[in-house]
Design a protein around this ligand. Sequence first.
Ligand code: PLP
Length: 419
Amino acid sequence: MNNQDLLQIAKEYGAPVYVYDAEKIVSQYQRLTGAFGKVKHLKINYAVKALSNISVLKVLNNLGSGLDTVSLQEVQLGLRAGFRPGDIIFTPNGVSLEEIEEVAALGVQINIDNLSILEQFGTKHSDIPVCIRINPHVMAGGNTNISVGHIDSKFGISIHQMPHLLRIVENTRMRINGIHMHTGSDILDIEVFLYASEILFETAKHFKDLDFIDFGSGFKVPYKEGDIETNIEEFGKKLSRRFNEFCKEYGKDLTLAFEPGKFLVSEAGFFLARVNVVKQTTSTVFAGVDTGFNHLIRPMLYGAHHDIVNISNPDGRDRFYSVVGYICETDTFTNNRRIAQITEGDILCFKNAGAYCFTMASNYNSRFRPAEVLWYNGQAHLIRKRETFEDLVRNQVEVDLDTGKQPKQPKEENITVKQ
Ligand SMILES: Cc1ncc(COP(=O)(O)O)c(C=O)c1O
């Protein structure tokens, strides 16, 4: 997929629009499985939260991937995409026992991250094997929002609570079939991964009936030219060797599982926006685009970097621009960035727009969420229509303020767990 293809997509489907390159998803998946080729049983569970479009999930299903999910709705999307329940793991945080039971009833692997729910679930369903999420107390991750394995984190069961955990397992006679950790996102240093893995191996020894060990995710992808990324190949070699040793010690060929989001889809995504206005002030030149943090919030939420290319004028002279959105709050995508000369009407392409971009989009300022397009086998396929005014008002219930009367409320169907 080249700039001309992207321009054609913007022309055909309008802007703003998200575009995903299936080939890149496939090559990243193969890179990861290749790095762990020496492990007998490997399972990649794609983290649905990164990008949950059903057609993207189908691409991953065709590759043999499983899914990592955090809500009943993500599970339902996975099932709709054709995944078998047994190929889905449910790793929620802070959800109700009822939601966990509902997901378990579908035949999905449950992963529990607190002792209260573990005790309740084990008491009621000792016949359903459960994975437990450990908090190894390792500080890892690109920033505090995405560092989730440290001592102050709300995620996981502390390794220091092992005696209590074991007592619950013994008393309820539940079976622990997997252990899991996820320490954060954008982890650069593979030594941190390997260190945390040792803690997981130590923990695993407490459980005699495991089927798998899930090492979570957090692989760092490059965001700009020359950027450092997790060295997957070296990591694969080192962890595979250690994992295979551990399996011998444990006396069983366990499955090594990962649940990457970013690694699989970040670089596959391109977000195209049109420049509405070029505005020169006394201090800067703003390029105002027909989008904002309602569609792409990562720069404002985490200070995330997205390369921005003017695909309408890629060979133009570089000039300095602050690229800003149209939201009535400050929504700066970048300040003083070198970008090829911009003219109103140009299409800007935001790179690394596959993970945590569309899935975090909202209707703030009553704007429509954009369309999504999948580039598959050299062709563009619309995989989500741009929203319309009807979508904005669909669930609003208008009260007649004169009479106080409300129209009959439509019944919520197929929803048993209240959100
Ligand atoms: C439990 C869990 N697994 C996997 C992921 C995916 O992480 P990444 O997108 O960095 O690969 C996350 C991300 O938040 C997560 O919370």
